[in-house]
Design a protein around this ligand. Structure first.
Ligand code: R5P
Length: 313
């Protein structure tokens, strides 16, 4: 089987292909001067895409990633459906439809945080994007999704996978934490899984977000005096959540504080801000980022195996 990728998920696609011992191929991607995207499946890939199921690895981030993913899925559907007619009349124009066999693997699902209608009139962006993607593939794998509930009831099967086992192993060998902290209630499942694997103490903070840049962490007595603490979250964007949590930990006597996440978005100088508050920042390869130290390949491969086991082809 083959792993395909466009412009935004190459490292993760390569790691996945290595894990599964499958071939990895690039889809041609370009950008026109006006910023619009162009994608094309190279001629020498057409047979491979038609002869076996394919896994396309692509992020829906930034916005151009959504368009690129949709265009790549459209082109793969046409190739598998045998729709090859082209104005230059290159190659066979029409072939048999080879049937279902397109899986989309999303390392970072952009818009995942707009998973509810918080105020009247809002779009549930995560759901809207998922529905567009589901219409063009036969199954979806999502890597450390912010809140999986939003993808319930999609028209295709979905497998959720997580890099917490690899993140735990990485923290254990490089940091050896005594304490794992979830910076809010939303990250409790993820962070407690890490604490369980490492076999160390765990707690969480109560976070109230006032706006994108203002966060209040409720004071809470944590047993962190003299301890090495790792804060585990699904994503770090501005770094505000981690900086506030690190502040709370230092105030309560933590000697070393690390930040670990699946998705290193690191927007607006986040890394520079973070290193004033924490001793280390650790992220996976789901997004291109300067703190990519944990391979997402094994987790994505688990998701692929789980989904392929459920599908009947
Ligand atoms: C929110 O619930 C997420 O899990 C993260 O905690 C949040 O998105 C991180 O954002 P920032 O780094 O901007 O505080």
């Amino acid at each position: 089987m083959v792993v395909l990728s466009g412009s935004n998920s190459r490292p993760m696609a390569e790691q996945l292909a290595r894990e599964l011992s499958w071939h990895h191929h690039f889809i041609e991607t370009r950008r026109f001067p006006d910023t619009e995207g162009y994608i094309r499946i190279p001629d020498d890939l057409i047979d491979a895409i038609r002869s076996e199921p394919v896994v396309l690895v692509s992020n829906t981030f930034p916005d151009s990633g959504i368009i690129e993913t949709l265009l790549m899925l459209e082109a793969i559907n046409d190739v598998r459906g045998g729709k090859l007619e082209n104005l230059r009349e290159i190659g066979p124009q029409i072939l048999d439809d080879v049937g279902p066999g397109i899986i989309l693997a999303i390392p970072y699902f952009g818009y995942s945080r707009q998973d509810k209608r918080f105020r009247p009139g809002e779009a549930i962006s995560a759901k809207a994007i998922a529905n567009l993607l589901a219409a063009k593939c036969d199954g979806i794998i999502v890597f450390d999704l912010h809140a999986p509930k939003v993808l319930q009831g999609l028209s295709v099967p979905v497998a959720f996978t997580s890099a917490m086992p690899e993140l735990a192993k990485h923290l254990q060998t490089t940091v050896n934490p005594d304490f794992i902290l979830s910076p809010d209630k939303g990250a409790i499942d993820r962070a407690s899984e890490v604490a369980e694997i490492i076999d160390c103490q765990f707690s969480y903070l109560e976070k109230t977000r006032i706006d994108a840049h203002t966060i209040i962490h409720q004071a809470k007595d944590l047993d962190v005096e003299g301890k090495v603490v790792a804060i585990v979250d699904d994503m770090i964007a501005t770094g505000g959540t981690i900086c506030r949590a690190a502040d709370a930990l230092r105030t309560q006597g933590a000697t070393e504080v690390h930040a670990a996440c699946s998705h290193g978005l690191f927007t607006g100088g986040a890394v520079a801000r973070l290193i004033r508050y924490v001793d280390g920042v650790h992220a996976t390869s789901s997004l291109k980022n300067p703190r990519d130290v944990i391979s997402g390949g094994p987790a994505l491969a688990r998701g692929v195996r789980e989904l392929f086991d459920r599908l009947e082809w």
